[in-house]
Design a protein around this ligand. Structure first.
Ligand code: NDP
Length: 451
């Protein structure tokens, strides 16, 4: 007789912890999803008997490889590279590449797992994956970065393809790095295909891909506020990070009439009580991206601002907050401080920036709280549109893409309401996103049988 997977949530999580020792980020991401899915699956025997959640929480494959490169001084350097292909039930694996010294298998497995649900939520046919390396681009010359990217792709190319797995950028990987990797892919395979997204406009890229994650997170925030009859005009916003997602989120907040008070990097945060205007955002973009500078230099350029070394910005009173730097940057105590200071809405631009205590605090306070897998899906959504444009060998206009991005964010918001409406005017966006993403992937997996 077949044995059904009728362990409870605790039993399930015990198994996940046992099978993934020393992988706290991955366990945390699975726990956050499992808390909602167990309740949803209660009366759905097929998901249990087919072990669907257990299967989604076991990556299809994890490829780990050595990346050797030569620095400018002629030293041979050795890094580790990975590609985690989590699930391709609804489309080719899709997810970014991260270059940061904190990258390890746990971080990439959590990101690939989250990506599976996020990509399903967009409504586009994309599975979930993620990759990267513990290579630290900070302080490296452009030629060193080029040599590293080429070496990384020399191994990665055999695991990806336009219909197999389509990587994009993430922390430490922007248009320049995508260019170096695409060039090497093309050189090795002699194929010009849409194998990466986030490409330059001249060679197959899509308009608004750069802006899409940050803009999308603010569109999602506006959708949440609208359920309370509010908008962003006149609202104060606290934002962490000063990279691609943070600066574009700040830009869209300003465009919609809000006032951005903070930005940050790994050195600390700046607080500008006058508001970070478009001109100041342009300065930050140029300083951080082109000059590879530090956010603390902002106070020399704009002296009314203050710099707070080694701190995160969550103690600054605000109406809305957007964590846009990295995972676990907003802890339980920070969440309580935001709530106590009157913050009404949180939209995550980063992936899993809030730890489990923080998630539970936001849920208990019943504020508007969007998890990254819903609110930051705009980036991968436009990446999906870049794939469609590549397949069709055409480019859509900016207005068309802006409208598609807005429609997709609005569709994700609707999906969250569908499965997360708790009555009494409270929408549990975490639950809504988890269930909507899970259901789509799970139903596809059921159709395929045991594979
Ligand atoms: P960038 O590399 O452009 O910027 C990252 C920013 O976060 C920098 O300001 C960086 O500071 C800061 N940061 C990185 N690590 C830490 C740390 N350990 N502590 C404090 N600050 C840190 O990356 P993105 O803006 O692209 O990505 C930011 C987040 O958004 C990530 O979680 C990413 O996964 C997520 N995301 C990105 C998407 C995209 O389209 N780019 C799509 C969906 C999600 P410093 O310069 O000091 O390192």
């Amino acid at each position: 007789m077949a044995v059904s997977d009728h362990v409870d949530l605790n039993g399930f999580m015990e198994g996940v912890k046992k099978r993934n020792p020393y992988q706290p980020e991955f366990v945390q991401a699975v726990q956050e999803v499992a808390e909602d899915i167990f309740e949803f699956m209660e009366d759905k025997e097929e998901y249990h008997s087919q072990q669907i959640l257990r299967r989604i929480a076991e990556p299809d494959r994890v490829v780990s490889f050595r990346v050797c490169w030569e620095d400018d001084a002629g030293n041979i350097r050795v890094q580790r590279g990975w590609r985690v292909q989590n699930n391709n039930a609804i489309g080719p694996y899709k997810g970014g590449i991260r270059f940061h010294p904190s990258v390890n298998e746990s971080v990439l497995k959590f990101l690939a797992f989250e990506q599976t649900f996020k990509n399903a939520l967009t409504g586009l046919p994309m599975g979930g994956g993620k990759g990267g390396s513990n290579f630290n681009p900070k302080g490296k010359s452009v030629r060193e970065i080029m040599r590293f990217c080429q070496s990384f792709m020399t191994e990665l190319y055999r695991h990806i393809g336009a219909d197999v797995d389509v990587p994009a950028g993430d922390i430490g990987v922007g248009a320049r790095e995508i260019g170096f990797m695409f060039g090497q892919y093309k050189r090795i395979t002699n194929n010009f295909t849409g194998v990466l997204t986030g490409k330059g406009l001249e060679w197959g890229g899509s308009l608004i891909r750069t802006e899409a994650t940050g803009y999308g997170a603010v569109y999602f925030l506006a959708e949440m506020l609208a359920t309370k009859g509010e908008d962003l005009a006149g609202k104060t916003a606290v934002i962490s990070g000063s990279g691609n997602v943070a600066t574009h989120a700040a830009e869209k907040i300003v465009q919609l009439g809000g006032k951005v008070l903070t930005l940050s990097d790994s050195g600390g945060f700046i607080h500008d009580p006058d508001g970070i205007t478009q001109e100041k955002i342009d300065w930050v973009k140029s300083h951080k991206t082109h000059r590879r500078g530090r956010i603390e230099d902002y106070v020399a350029a704009f002296p009314k601002a203050t710099f707070h070394a080694g701190k995160t910005p969550w103690g600054v009173p605000c109406d809305v907050a957007l964590p846009c730097a990295t995972q676990n940057e907003l802890l339980g105590e920070d969440a309580k401080t935001l709530i106590a200071n009157g913050c009404r809405a949180v939209s995550e631009g980063a992936n899993m920036p809030t730890d489990l205590d923080g998630v539970h605090a936001f849920k208990a306070a019943k504020i508007l709280y969007a998890p990254g897998k819903a609110s930051n899906a705009g980036g991968v959504a436009v990446s999906g549109l870049e794939m469609s444009q590549n397949s069709e060998r055409r480019s859509w206009k900016e207005e068309e893409l802006q409208q598609m991005l807005k429609d997709i964010m609005s569709g994700i918001h609707q999906s969250c309401i569908r499965y997360g409406d708790q009555g009494g005017g409270y929408i549990d966006y975490v639950k809504g996103a988890n269930i909507a993403g899970f259901k789509k992937v799970a139903d596809a997996m059921l159709a395929f049988g045991v594979v």
